[in-house]
Design a protein around this ligand. Structure first.
Ligand code: CA
Length: 275
């Protein structure tokens, strides 16, 4: 199932940057996506990189967690394939750090079923996982699906979409950003998607299953705890008191509802509007 690289790939001590097909055709080729492969097992790393290259992606690779973070910061890949068991900084930590810094989709490689919950929701918020050992074709299909989903999410937010104002926040839908005054509140891709979806459906009680389907997609393999975790993260970012949320309200037995609930004294300068 796995095709081995047919040519010798240059492997550095800590990290590798491979020039593959996508790269040979030039970085300016429209639609060429950059995939970062993070895996310490050399054969597997090279096989993944080679086959992703054959699919037309520009492939970068890293053999340990520290260089993975460096490369991700420098190159801003479109997707990261991340093994969990890595030397120096492990994949859990890499995922946590990258999640805080950029909205890139992360596909995790895990050897243990027991890790899946952690990977997808509770702490890390990876977008997908594949358990080892894995067949190459389904993995390549998931890479493609994740990239397509990320692209669709971006396409769905054209510059024509108006900003949404609530309390002292501005949801900049063209730029997929959240601002509070002059300060930008950093949001991951999924946090943005979830917040935007809740806001667009303001006042409606939305079930966890519905949110999971609409924000994460039909083929997402995680469970509704993923929704709860992202809600918790969003509350930490937008609620004055995350323990007494005024925007993302829990609807008992159902899920969540977005509201523009404010303290009485602040009510006169609050509005939620889609101009
Ligand atoms: Ca490993």
């Amino acid at each position: 199932m796995l095709r081995a690289p047919q040519r010798r790939l240059t492997v550095g001590a800590a990290s590798v940057t491979m020039r593959t097909q996508g790269q040979d055709r030039g970085e300016t080729v429209a639609g060429t996506k950059t995939v970062l492969v993070v895996e310490d097992e050399q054969i597997l790393r090279e096989t993944l990189a080679y086959n992703l290259g054959q699919e037309g992606y520009h492939v970068l690779s890293a053999a340990d967690g520290r260089s993975a973070i460096d490369i991700a910061r420098r190159e801003r890949p479109d997707l990261i394939v991340l093994d969990l068991m890595l030397p120096q900084v492990d994949g859990f930590e890499v995922c946590r750090i990258i999640r805080q810094e950029m909205p890139v989709p992360i596909l995790v490689l895990t050897a243990r079923d027991s890790e899946i919950d952690t990977v997808l929701g509770l702490e890390l918020g990876a977008d997908e996982y594949v358990t080892k050992p894995f067949a190459l074709r389904p993995l390549l299909a998931r890479v493609k699906a994740l990239l397509r989903r990320a692209e669709m999410t971006t396409d769905a937010h054209t510059p024509a979409e108006a900003d949404v104002v609530f309390a002292d926040f501005v949801l900049d839908r063209a730029g997929r950003r959240l601002r509070q005054g002059t300060r930008e509140i950093p949001l991951t891709m999924k946090e943005y998607d979830l917040l935007a979806f809740l806001i667009v459906h303001k006042g409606q009680a939305l079930s966890r299953d519905f949110l999971l389907e609409k924000v994460w997609g039909y083929d997402f393999v995680g469970n509704t705890r993923t929704v709860d975790v992202h809600i918790r993260w969003l509350r930490e970012k937008i609620e004055q008191d995350p323990g007494d949320p005024r925007h993302i309200v829990t609807v008992r037995g159902v899920g969540y509802r977005f509201e523009d609930r404010l303290p009485p004294d602040a009510r006169h300068h609050a509005n939620l509007s889609t101009p």
